[in-house]
Design a binder for this molecule. Sequence first.
Ligand code: NYM
Length: 212
Amino acid sequence: MSCRRGALIVLEGVDKAGKTTQCKKLVQALKESGRQAEMMRFPDRTTKIGQLISAYLEKKSNLEDHTVHLLFSANRWELVPLMKQKLEQGISLVVDRYAFSGVAFTSAKPGFSLDWCMNPDVGLPKPDLVLFLQLHPTEAAQRGEFGTERYEVGDFQKIVMQKFELLMKDPSLNWQVIDAAKSIEDLHAEIKTHSETAITVAENQPIGELWK
Ligand code: NYM
């Protein structure tokens, strides 16, 4: 590698935890400190696969559960060449949801093992840092009602949270659990510190492979 690569930083967390706000603030702060950084989000609803997923989430179409899981994964794989290109150019990627949401949401459905759900995403670019924004359900409830999209139901989200907790036990990943009840600025400061460390560590390392 001729130049120092960028870091792959993923934000995960329960709904209403403030992932999108924090992703935007982090990209802005990294740029202001002279680093190259860009935001991505999954699902990326702009691609053909993403449009199928979006219609499903908006309940405009129905898809069989295995099928939609594989589409979410395919939506990540189709972006992998671009992600690798950017990382190799030294651009750090701040990603709003990744394979962990994929596994947590599908495995919350009856009849889906964690293993089966993880398989299609094995070998994706491995995040250098996974920030999990944790928010107590009562605090999340105070932040307003869920929207109307599929999965935005309290009971389902509780099972999703349990699945995230199982995924966080994986010591091969750099999980950092952050208390999302803090103010936007305090949360941002904490996220920025973790991210700067991860960027420095990643610089001289090859891009890893997830769950391999
Ligand atoms: N979701 C997201 C999945 O079920 N599987 C995945 O692989 C990913 C990335 O889609 N409820 C779910 C989580 C959310 C929804 O919402 C996407 P948003 O607001 O676009 O992050």
